[in-house]
Ligand binder design. Sequence first.
Ligand code: CP
Length: 302
Amino acid sequence: MRHLLSTGDLTRDEAVLILDTAAELAQVGDRSVKKLPTLRGRTVVNLFYEDSTRTRTSFELAAKRLSADVINFSAKGSSVSKGESLKDTALTLQAMGADGVVIRHSASGAAHRLANWVDGSVLNAGDGTHEHPTQALLDAFTMRSRLGRLEGLRVAVVGDILHSRVARSNVLLLTTLGAHVTLVAPPTLLPVSVHTWPCEVSYDLDTVLPKSDVVMMLRVQAERMRESFFPSAREYSRNYGLDGERLSHMPEDAIVMHPGPMVRGMEISAEVADSPRCTVTEQVANGVSLRMAVLYLLLGGS
Ligand code: CP
C-alpha cells in the first residue's frame, strides 16, 4: 500500500492491520515520553486547502510522535492566493523532500490527482464530498474498542449523507469489515446513486434506532449548500436530531458517535453530546493512534 485515498481500496486484512497497529501504537500515548524514533529523518507535509481542527492537528501530533519532521501548509496565507495551482504547490513541497503528503481539499478527487504528481505517499484527509478514509478508520477503531467487534454490528449513519465524505468512507470500510450499515436521511439529503452503495436506506430514524448498536450523527453541511434541502432547522431537528428521548429507544449498550464538528441543538442535543454513551472525544483521541498507524505503515519502510 503506497497511498491511502479511499477506504474502498482496502482489503479486510489491510484494514484489520491498520486497526491492530493503531491499538499497539495507542500505548505510546500512555507513556511519559510519547515518542517513537520510527519516522526519524522522514518529512510529512500537511497540505490543507480547507479548514480543519481535528484532522490537521491529529496528523501533526501523530507524525511528531513518530519523530517525523512536519511542515504545516495552509492555503490561507500561502502563494495559493497569488494563483499557484495544486500541482505547482505540491511539486514545490516535494522539492523540499516530502515523503508523505496529507491533503484536505474542497475538490472531490484532489487526493487522487496529487498521487499522480508526487513521488511520496498521499494520505487523503478529506476531498470534497468524496472520502475521508482516516475518519472512517478511527470510527471503526472506536466501535471495536467500545463494543468488542465489528462483524455483524448494526450501524446507523444519520443526517446529511449527500455532502458527507465521512458517510461514504464508513459505508465502504464497515461493510468490508462485516458490519451492516443503514443510512438515515430525508430524501433530499441522499445522493441519487445511493442505491448502488452496499447498505440499506431509511427515511425514518425512529424505526432504525431500536435495531442499531451504533448511531453516527452527521452535521448538516450548510457551507456546501446553495439551495434549501429541508423546510427549517427546527423541522430537521425534530425528524432527524438525536435527543435523550430518542436515545432511550436504543439498546442499552448502544453508542452515539459523531465525527465533529457538532452543532448542538441541531443534529444532536447537548444532553446526548455530553452523555457517557457519546464517543466524540474518544474518537478524537483514537484519531491520533490511528493516524500514527497509517503513517507508520505507509512511510515506515526503508
Ligand atoms: N472530523 C473532521 O474531519 O474534523 P475536522 O474538520 O475538524 O478535521
